[in-house]
Write a protein that binds this ligand. Structure first.
Ligand SMILES: Cc1cc2nc3c(=O)[nH]c(=O)nc-3n(C[C@H](O)[C@H](O)[C@H](O)COP(=O)(O)OP(=O)(O)OC[C@H]3O[C@@H](n4cnc5c(N)ncnc54)[C@H](O)[C@@H]3O)c2cc1C
Length: 295
């Protein structure tokens, strides 16, 4: 029986996909083309007791060097956008999980729809952004979310209104195995010129502050309350510290960059070193924002 019509790659090296450019091989990488295909996959994996992981754009993932034993479902081909009534305000935009935020920021700006600009420069997908409650410059995905379409581990699909969902800082609280299939965002009719200006301003700030010329996963650590992790790391004298090819960026203390040839073990060792040193100097525990998977 064919479980999926999309491509399947076996024993696939994941450093080709992760934004950190590290990670061992996955047993299988699957690119479903429809919700129906995902449904079949979830049932197949659940009945067989096979582990699986869902990913979007791989920009908040650290895959260990031993790779992932199981299947990885990549959402990138679920990329439909349905535009709501554009003569109304607000305008509802219904987006599948695989759409990249970059694409959505660009396409909503073209239509003079305001509300997505804070996502400019966040390289994730819509599904990853909902799962991570991605945010920047004082706003988070939950602030513009109207509803999310979720599939549970029994392949049952439900639409959940924003107020029925529990978001935290960089996290949507849902049971293990939940898949974000799509989201409806509430955007406002705006002025094309000022939306473009805001996006340019944000992209400019990111270029200035972030080490965008090296592979990274964005912020490695969550900001503890009242204390930006980057400043704690800088104050601890850790900027520039390296393990193998992994280095704490000189430009931003909360970015670990792959300066070439880093392994996941290098990055994990550096994470541990930073956590220990910041704890020793300040008593503050730094938690990782990046999701660590694999063996
Ligand atoms: C240069 C750079 C800058 C960044 N700046 C920011 C920033 O300003 N703010 C911010 O919040 N983040 C930032 N990030 C991190 C990252 O882009 C976000 O967390 C983004 O939302 C992750 O989306 P993704 O599709 O890449 O998720 P992935 O990395 O593919 O996955 C992240 C997690 O979400 C899960 N997941 C992904 N898609 C789904 C789905 N459809 N259903 C269920 N689970 C899913 C995965 O299993 C994993 O646990 C940055 C990253 C980089 C590299």
């Amino acid at each position: 029986m064919a479980i999926t019509a999309g491509p399947v790659l076996f024993d696939e090296p994941l450093d080709r996909y992760t934004s950190l450019k590290v990670g061992g091989r996955a047993d299988a990488l699957i690119f479903p083309q429809s919700v129906a295909a995902i449904e079949k996959l979830v049932i197949f994996f659940r009945e067989g007791g096979h582990p699986f992981l869902v990913v979007g754009n791989w920009t908040n993932l650290l895959v260990r060097d031993g790779g992932y034993r199981g299947a990885i479902i990549v959402m990138k081909d679920l990329c439909r956008i349905a535009w709501g009534q554009e003569d109304q305000d607000p305008v509802m935009v219904d987006v599948q999980a695989g759409v990249s935020l970059a694409d959505l920021v660009r396409r909503t700006a073209e239509r003079a729809l305001a509300g997505m600009a804070f996502c400019a420069g966040i390289p994730g997908s819509v599904g990853g952004a909902v799962m991570m409650n991605a945010g920047a410059y004082g706003q988070e995905i939950k602030d513009i979310l109207c509803k999310a379409t979720l599939m549970d581990d029994r392949a049952v699909v439900t639409d959940r209104l924003r107020n029925d969902l529990s978001f935290e800082y960089r996290r949507l609280n849902v049971p293990e195995g939940t898949i974000v299939l799509g989201a409806v965002f509430r955007l406002e009719r705006g002025d094309l010129q000022s939306i473009r200006q805001r996006i340019d301003e944000i992209l400019g700030r990111r270029r200035q502050k972030h080490p965008l010329n090296y592979p990274s996963a964005g912020s490695i650590f969550k900001n503890p309350a009242g204390n930006p992790a980057g400043l704690l790391i800088e104050a601890a004298g850790l900027k520039g510290t390296a393990v193998g090819g992994a280095k704490i960026s000189e430009k931003h203390g909360n970015f670990i960059v792959n300066t070439g040839g880093a392994t996941a073990s290098d990055i994990l060792a550096l994470i541990e070193r930073v956590q220990q040193e910041v704890l020793r100097q300040t008593g503050i525990v730094l938690e990782t924002e990046v999701r660590i998977v694999g063996e």
